[in-house]
Write a protein that binds this ligand. Structure first.
Ligand code: URA
Length: 209
């Protein structure tokens, strides 16, 4: 699928296996999510545009590349997406951070926005939406809808584990965005948990349960 990238780096795969293990505690889980976000971000930002700037080294002046354009935006989908933000900021410390909160409408089962605050000039930024689990794809699809409604144009979506159902839905609704997954799992169970997955990512990141 064009614009869909399933990452096969051994370090990402190893760390995802550690995340899956039900014996992995909150502290370690949080650190692993952050480390995986760094590794995924490194790959996902390969195509960031560069421009030549003039720099004076201790020896002489030269023209040398730097990232061009407005500062990046990283947008976690609340709450589990928060766990990936520090990893992305390790790579791009000057990125602006927006937030999107969604809940599932009890009647229609459609995701509804309860919080959405995005950096200004969103239309000029590369926007990286993060959520560790792409399950049904409903929240991801809605989050990208909101960002596009506010003007977002260059959008990347990063998830650690995806279910085929969610990946297909997000790609079908938004074929223009780049989707990066750490691993593509087997599918969803009757409660929309990813199998084999890692359980509830938010609970495991925040130690709630
Ligand atoms: N969200 C999670 O945290 N885990 C799943 O398996 C599916 C959605």
């Amino acid at each position: 699928m064009e614009n869909v990238f399933v990452m096969d780096h051994p370090l990402i795969q190893h760390k995802i296996s550690m995340l899956r293990d039900c014996r992995t505690g909150t502290n370690e889980f949080r650190k692993l999510v952050e480390e995986i976000a760094v590794l995924m971000g490194y790959e996902a930002f390969r195509d960031l545009p560069l421009m030549e700037v003039e720099v004076r080294t201790p020896i002489e002046s030269c023209r040398t590349p730097m990232i061009s354009g407005k500062k990046l935006a990283v947008v976690p989908i609340l709450r589990a997406g928060l766990g990936m933000v520090s990893g992305i900021l390790t790579l791009v410390p000057s990125a602006k951070v927006g937030h999107i909160g969604l809940y599932r409408d009890p009647v229609t089962h459609e995701p509804k926005e309860y919080y959405c605050k995005l950096p200004e000039s969103i239309e000029q930024r590369v926007v990286t939406v993060v959520d560790p689990m792409l399950a049904t794809g409903g929240s991801a699809e809605a989050a990208v809808n909101f960002i596009k409604e506010k003007g977002g144009k260059q959008i990347k979506f990063l998830c650690i584990i995806a279910a085929p159902e969610g990946l297909e839905r997000l790609h079908r609704s938004h074929p223009d965005i780049q989707i990066y997954c750490g691993h593509l799992d087997r599918g969803l169970d009757e409660n929309a948990y990813i199998c084999p997955g890692l359980g509830d990512a938010g609970d495991r990141i925040f130690g709630t349960k």
